[in-house]
Design a binder for this molecule. Structure first.
Ligand code: FA5
Length: 354
């Protein structure tokens, strides 16, 4: 028994020295197989165990296990040291110059539609307008009826509508075709004076082309007070045009029809392509229409409980994509929502250094 234990101690000492000399992973593996492997030196040394009397075997077995455990933890330590040394060496060989500037990062930016919406809203905020919003899934009542467009009225044909099949309420729920219903919602909630702009998404069952999308934005405007006139409407909208397009743009108002205003107008600006002399862009008229507007119809005012004999107001509605198209010379509205980054990245910071 003593012999065996001595032999194990001898093996342990020898193994310790061998381990100290091993300096890479291959040598460590070789060492492991040699000393701790199934056919290794320790297993070999324990061959004689069977010849010992039964009561001595556990004592020797325990010593053997302790030796194995110690060697195993020595191995683990050494493996860690070797790995670390290899890593250090690797780092030294592959030195990185941390003072080099990093490659530029692309920074995100607001979508062109959001940018122009912000510009439009800012232009009106300067004139004292507040921002209001309303639901995109709207009731027929707000989208049409309260705007002086009763059921079966032919003016409904002006808006190709997506109807929503709401259980038990056929023909009552729709995707709003314009932001004008928010006029009514705002007036229901407030007393005059009112001055709001309403940016928001609208939906129409359109044949999509270069100037029509089926999902697009509008910005509505509404002002109601005791003595507002057409002059206020014109002054406000001309100021808006100058803020967005520059002080040289001229505005033209002509009669138009919308059931919820009386009188109704369309506003056009002189064509930036030709300065008003006529070109392909303005279809040789010299003018480009940018919005519908008018004095709020007395029926609409009365419908929300405003006395039309006391209060008057003006309202307008424009397509911000079209405003952006004119401002930036974009010739197809489908570019806005085609998710083509080559187009979108033109409207923001391209790259900035970290
Ligand atoms: C209206 O929707 C009225 N609610 C505007 C209004 C408000 C008039 C208040 C009077 C008082 P219209 O259908 O013309 O009007 O649309 C207004 C603007 O929305 C258009 O000039 C256009 O710029 C934009 N627009 C309309 N349909 C589309 C479409 N399919 N795609 C993109 N823009 C559109």
């Amino acid at each position: 028994m003593d012999n065996l234990i001595e032999r194990l101690q001898q093996v342990e000492a020898e193994a310790g020295q061998a381990l100290a000399a091993a300096s890479d992973e291959a040598a460590l593996e070789e060492w492991r197989v040699k000393y701790l492997g199934r056919r290794g030196v320790i297993t070999e040394a324990l061959r004689g165990l069977g010849a010992l009397p039964a009561d001595e075997r556990p004592g020797v077995g325990a010593v053997a296990n302790q030796v194995k455990d110690r060697l195993s933890s020595l191995l683990a330590e050494k493996q860690e040291a070797v790995r670390r040394a290899a890593l250090l060496q690797q780092l030294e060989q592959r030195q990185v110059d941390i003072t080099l500037p990093a490659p530029p990062l692309r920074r995100g930016q607001a979508h062109i539609t959001q940018q122009i919406l912000q510009d439009i809203v800012d232009a009106f905020a300067r004139l004292g307008f507040q921002v209001a919003e309303g639901p995109e899934v709207e009731l027929d009542y707000y989208n049409f009826e309260a705007l002086n467009i009763p059921k079966e009225h032919p003016a409904r044909d002006m808006w190709d509508t997506f109807w929503i099949d709401d259980k038990g309420r056929p023909g009552e729920v729709l995707l709003r075709t314009h932001t004008s219903p928010v006029q009514v919602r705002v007036m229901e909630q407030t007393r005059p004076p009112v001055r709001v702009v309403v940016p928001g998404r609208c939906y129409r069952y359109e044949a999509v082309d270069a100037t029509h999308e089926s999902i697009f934005y509008q910005v509505e405007g509404l002002a109601v007070d005791e003595s507002l006139t057409m002059a206020d409407l014109k002054g406000t909208l001309v100021s808006f045009v100058h803020t967005i397009f520059g002080p040289k743009r001229r505005a033209r108002f002509r009669c138009d029809y919308f059931p919820f205003v009386e009188p109704g107008v369309e506003m056009a600006i002189d064509c930036h392509g030709c300065g008003g002399s006529g070109c392909r862009l303005c279809k040789h008229t010299g003018w480009i229409e940018i919005m519908g507007a008018g004095m709020v119809h007395p029926n609409v005012l009365a419908g929300v409980g405003y006395d039309p004999n006391v209060y008057t107001g003006f309202a307008f509605g424009m397509g911000p994509e079209r405003i952006a198209m004119l401002k930036y010379g974009i010739d197809d509205i489908r570019l806005f929502y085609g998710n083509d980054l080559r187009f979108l990245r033109q409207f923001g910071p391209l790259e900035v250094a970290r």
